[in-house]
Design a protein around this ligand. Sequence first.
Ligand SMILES: C[S@@+](CC[C@H](N)C(=O)[O-])C[C@H]1O[C@@H](n2cnc3c(N)ncnc32)[C@H](O)[C@@H]1O
Length: 337
Amino acid sequence: MKTIPFTRAARMIARGTWSFCTDRPLVVSFELTHSCTADCQHCDKGGIKPEPPDLLRAADYRRLRAQLKPMAVQLSGGEPLLRKDLEDIVRAVKEPSGLPYTILVTNGRLFTEEKYLALRALGVNQFSISLDFPDERHDDFRRSPGLYAHLAKLVPTLAARGHDDVALNTAITRENLPALRDIYERAKQWGVNISYSAYTPLRTHSMDHYIRSVEDLNLLRRTLYELVTLKARNGRIANSPWTLSGIHDFFLHGTIPGCQAGRRFLVVTPSGGLRACSMFDQTYTSQKEILKKWVPANQCGECYVSIRSYLDASFWTLLKDNVTSRVFSRNGRANQC
Ligand SMILES: C[S@@+](CC[C@H](N)C(=O)[O-])C[C@H]1O[C@@H](n2cnc3c(N)ncnc32)[C@H](O)[C@@H]1O
């Protein structure tokens, strides 16, 4: 798992503690565009769309970062690499301290070694590349011919640079359930980490990709157990055992309580509207408004996507799973800056 230098981790703990105690978001997801180079079967953001006239610019992201002061940001979408001003946006979201911890979430279609190096130099801390299948089935699912071959070449090349900041990102669906173990093997072969999350029908309003049958639920339970064992043996899996078992509970019950949307995390749309989460259209002008109007009424348990599952936990579990466990290397010594 990617380790975090000691002083950066200390800053993250301080910022995270402050956010936790003051009900500010620990993580903000900036949806830089709702346009995408892919057209995934499980997603509502597929296809290239016209740019909205009020699209946020780098200066807007600087203002929002200063206002919301998150410990971490996700640059997502749509496909964030479609933004020609992405480097300016990264400069704008980074503080001189190195915070917030910055994660680029991408399908990788437009990603190259040059872009990786440029974005890394500007302060992107983690590159999270989506992979739904360990072979060309990925192209069919994402309706993006040649995407798998591109990733199969690029990801090991980036991993070979040895920075340990590239990870795969797999949303579990009925279709890729039998391939989850092979996707893990692909991550291992390519030399990168992997994070699993659960398909939610909230984006597509379709249960087609949801895991429901007794046989599939049994396979899911066995596979997740296997992944927990592999994590203990080899690392490489970013999820805590707690979130992996949550994925099973989510599919089993069709819902999972405890969503902290709007409080622990929130989403900024490409035009600057604030949303508690990306699944709901209600847009607000401040987090205060979300805390007052949306959070008290939130009964939703219909997703277990990464941002939600990682932030459901108590303060101490979050600290243990997401920060302190990454500060120490395998031999137990703290990593230096
Ligand atoms: C919305 S995409 C945006 C970033 C980028 N275009 C990408 O594909 O990674 C972010 C992540 O959401 C996941 N995703 C899309 N639709 C989903 C759904 N219905 N349930 C769970 N995850 C979903 C994708 O697999 C992807 O890993």
